[in-house]
Every structure is written in C-alpha cells, then in structure tokens.
Design a protein around this ligand. Structure first.
Ligand SMILES: Nc1ncnc2c1ncn2[C@@H]1O[C@H](COP(=O)(O)OP(=O)(O)O)[C@@H](O)[C@H]1O
Ligand SMILES: [Mg+2]
Length: 212
C-alpha cells in the first residue's frame, strides 16, 4: 500500500477566533514496506499529521492518495488496512480480558478467525498468547500494556502501522522489545509511520525522516 500526501494542509477551527493553522502544502509519500519517522518540536503537528495519514481527520486542503486513489472517497475500505493508535494506547482499554481487547478490531471488521488474529498479533508483539488471554488489561505492567495496546491495533492485519510516540514512558527493556517488534514488522514487508521527538531511538529502522 502506498500513501501519498499531496499539498496537504490542516487548520483547526477554521474561520473562528480559535483558528490554528498547523501546516500547509505538505507533500510526501510512504512507499510500500518503508518506515517513515515524523519528528519536530512539541506542537509542530506530528499528532495532527498522523491522524491525517490514518484517515482519522480529513485535511482542510490537499489530498490523501492511497494506491493512487483519493482515500476520502472510501475511507472505511482503507482504514481496514491501517493500524492506528493515539499516544498511550493503553489509556483506551475498555475490556475485561486481553483476548477481548485484542480482537475488538477484527471482530468489528467482520473477520471470522478471531483466534488466529489473536495468536498472530500477540506473537508479533512478543507476548505469550495463552498466559495473557484471560488477564485484565489494567493489571499488566506498563510495558505489557503498551504491547497489548499495539497487539490490538495490528490484530486485523493492517498493511500500514501508524504510531504516536511509542517509546514514551517505557523503560529500557521495554524500549528494546518495542524496537524488536518494529524490526519484525518491517521485515514482514509492511510500512510504518512513527512520530517521535527522539529520532535517535529509531535510526536503525528509518528509511525516511520528515521534519515538521
Ligand atoms: N483539537 C485541537 N484543537 C485546536 N488546536 C489543536 C488541537 N489539537 C492540536 N492543536 C494545536 O495544533 C498544533 C499541533 O499539535 P499536535 O499535532 O498535537 O503537535 P505535536 O504532536 O507535534 O506536539 C499545536 O499548536 C496544538 O496546540
Ligand atoms: Mg503529539
């Protein structure tokens, strides 16, 4: 899957006293299988841009093309191929078991083999599927929660992963595990867009860096 931003601009609350123009005339591509880092100081628009890439927000100007088509003519079709989470995915837990949490998206998309989806996602993030299955997500450690959060956005087998500051608030062992997950992700031929204020952490993986 190839994602292209063509002359993309975004303004919050246009035409009001709270108008805030974040960026304008942005052009860049995420080629299939590539790992793109998005960086810039606080408030530069990283989170805004990720939401545009993930088709959560529509740009106020310009176009998002996926495989050459205007993504906003059938956003639902494309969202199925994207795994996106807001920063701190673990803050959005709502289930009483890891299994239910992880298979929410595939269930929603009508995927039949929920067990396969669960096993595959947990293996990728490096959690033993059986022993976590019936645990309450809230009781897990910080690193485990982050992994379950990631598992829940890749369980529907997307082609593009979109992550906002995935290393924030993780300790060193968990950061290493996050990197090894991202390496596996990339090795499987899938693409990723990752926002970070610390490009150093991802320099082995990055194919491209966009500075806002
Ligand atoms: N929902 C919103 N309404 C109005 N302004 C916003 C909103 N979200 C973010 N902003 C503003 O847009 C700018 C970019 O924010 P953001 O995309 O969160 O940047 P970053 O992730 O790089 O810190 C900031 O000035 C921020 O205050
Ligand atoms: Mg942000």
């Amino acid at each position: 899957m190839k994602v292209e931003l063509v002359d993309v601009g975004f303004t919050y609350s246009p035409g009001t006293p709270f108008e805030r123009r974040v960026f304008e005339g942005l052009n860049f591509k995420i080629e299939p299988g590539k790992f793109v880092l998005i960086t810039g100081r606080n408030g530069s628009g990283k989170t805004t841009l990720l939401q545009i890439i993930a088709l959560v927000m529509k740009p106020t100007s310009g176009k998002v093309l996926i495989d050459g088509q205007d993504a906003w003519t059938s956003p639902r079709k494309w969202r199925r191929k994207i795994g996106f989470s807001f920063q701190f995915p673990e803050n959005q837990f709502f289930s009483l078991s890891v299994f239910v949490e992880v298979v929410y998206a595939p269930k929603n998309f009508g995927i039949k083999s929920l067990e396969d989806s669960y096993q595959r996602a947990m293996a990728l993030v490096g959690l033993e599927p059986g022993s976590y299955r019936n645990l309450i997500p809230y009781v897990l450690s910080g690193g485990e929660k982050r992994k379950v959060g990631i598992a829940s956005i890749i369980s529907h087998d997307p082609e593009l992963l979109v992550l906002d500051e995935p290393m924030v608030s993780l300790d060193w062992p968990s950061r290493k595990e996050m990197l090894s997950f991202l390496e596996k992700w990339k090795a499987s031929g899938k693409s990723a867009a990752v926002a970070t204020h610390n490009t150093e952490l991802f320099k082995k993986l990055a194919d491209d860096i966009l500075v806002l």
